[in-house]
Design a protein around this ligand. Structure first.
Ligand code: NAD
Ligand code: TDX
Length: 341
């Protein structure tokens, strides 16, 4: 493992810290890095829920409700912090197909504003991105994505994430902003919005509704537990080299129909108790990450390597936390029904 200098942040801004992965990261920092104070900057869109970070010690975590596009707010907030970890985004592909504008605004303009603030105040920046920037692979292709794979995004969502990654690279090279990028595969775990695949199907079963599978169900996603994503982001923030990209994955390739059958059988339902629905336009076929670089350079390893166990714990979390997901369920399903999904 090459020597890497360790950056020891004391006061970080976490954007999107009330969303699924951002809130998990805030918990991870509070639990594992006692000297670090976290300022969460979150607009609290439909996807943000302050409950996700409720109960954390007030002297460790502060919530600022605001927009990453708000330059005046960033001018007030950023000085005095030593790093920004940028999770905030419009994150759902189906929404980006129905209405791309908020994706361009938050994902592209928001990243631009944060990079400019990092430049003005000389603050380190970590950019949380996705494997979807690389487009998709064929089912019979033995290849996986690496840091050298050319960008080829397919959806409005992934094209805005690709655009924001490009801004980060340019701000590092041209202005010397100390920035790193991670491109991670599909996350699962607690606090994920019910619009996403696994929570949607689990809560459908809990509601007595048949799960919905797009297309032929053979699309492959590379699943990683969100806690493993958090530990990877921390390693990259503190030990990654500025200007570098790291792919994050946990060797979790599975096709959608297998994941759905695993959910149904874990919940005591017959494996064919679901509906086939209209496919997503432009639906990426397969994602797969080669995590060799982060393993080699930073020694990072995922801890949740048993998918069946992680899935069972996630199902249990949704069973026990109906009060958390119930308020969003009806509106989410109404949106899907209007799209024939
Ligand atoms: P999410 O939709 O659950 O949460 C997004 C959060 O950002 C919410 O709290 C929302 O209120 C906040 N937000 C949205 N617009 C904002 C704005 N303009 N200003 C401030 N806050 C705003 O998303 P997630 O699934 O937790 O994804 C987090 C990040 O990780 C995103 O950048 C996403 O692209 C990336 N990512 C997600 C996955 C995945 O599987 N979900 C995989 C790889 C990368
Ligand atoms: O009801 C459904 N039925 C279904 O078959 C839903 C909601 C999804 N699907 C399929 C589409 C995908 O092949 O399941 C797969 C996963 O879908 P999503 O949960 O919408 O995730 P995906 O589009 O793969 O993107 C996710 O991973 C990468 C996150 O939402 C992104 O933010 C991240 O960048």
């Amino acid at each position: 493992m090459p020597d890497t200098e360790t950056f020891e942040p004391e006061n970080i801004i976490v954007t999107g810290g009330c969303g699924f992965i951002g809130s998990n990261f805030v918990h991870h920092v509070v639990d594992n890095h006692p000297g670090v104070h976290v300022t969460v900057l979150d607009k609290l869109t439909y996807a943000g829920n302050p409950e996700n970070i409720a109960g954390l010690p007030e002297d460790r975590v502060e919530l600022v409700v605001g927009d990453v596009c708000d330059e005046g707010l960033l001018d007030e907030l950023v000085p005095g912090h030593d790093a920004i970890v940028h999770f905030a985004a419009e994150s759902h592909n189906d929404n980006s197909i129905a209405d791309p504008e908020p994706f361009v605004r938050t994902n592209v303009v928001g990243t631009y504003r944060l990079l400019e603030a990092c430049r003005r105040f000389d603050v380190r920046y970590h950019h949380v991105s996705t494997d979807e920037v690389y487009g998709d692979l064929a089912l019979d292709d033995p290849a996986r994505f690496t840091e050298e794979t050319p960008y080829r995004p397919s959806s409005p969502y992934s094209s805005t994430k690709a655009s924001s990654d490009m801004l980060v690279r340019a701000w590092h090279r041209t202005y010397g902003v100390r920035a790193t990028i991670s491109n991670c595969s599909n996350n699962y775990g607690p606090y994920q919005h019910v619009e996403k695949f696994i929570p949607r199907q689990v809560t459908n079963v809990l509601c007595g509704v048949r799960p919905k599978l797009y297309g032929d169900g053979r699309n492959v996603r590379d699943w990683i537990h969100t806690e493993d994503h958090s530990s990877a982001v921390w390693e990259i923030l503190t030990r990654g080299r500025a200007g570098e990209t790291y792919l994050v994955g946990a060797d979790g390739e599975r096709d959608n129909i297998d994941v759905l059958r695993a959910i149904l059988s874990a919940m005591g339902r017959p494996e064919d108790d679901f509906d086939w629905v209209r496919d997503r336009p432009g639906h990426d076929r397969r994602y797969a990450i080669d995590p060799a670089k982060i393993r080699r350079e930073l020694g990072w390893r995922p801890r949740h390597t048993d998918f069946a166990e992680g899935l069972a714990a996630t199902i249990e979390w949704y069973r026990e936390n109906e009060a958390w997901w119930r308020p969003a369920k009806e509106a989410t399903e109404a949106r899907y029904a209007a799209q024939g999904q």
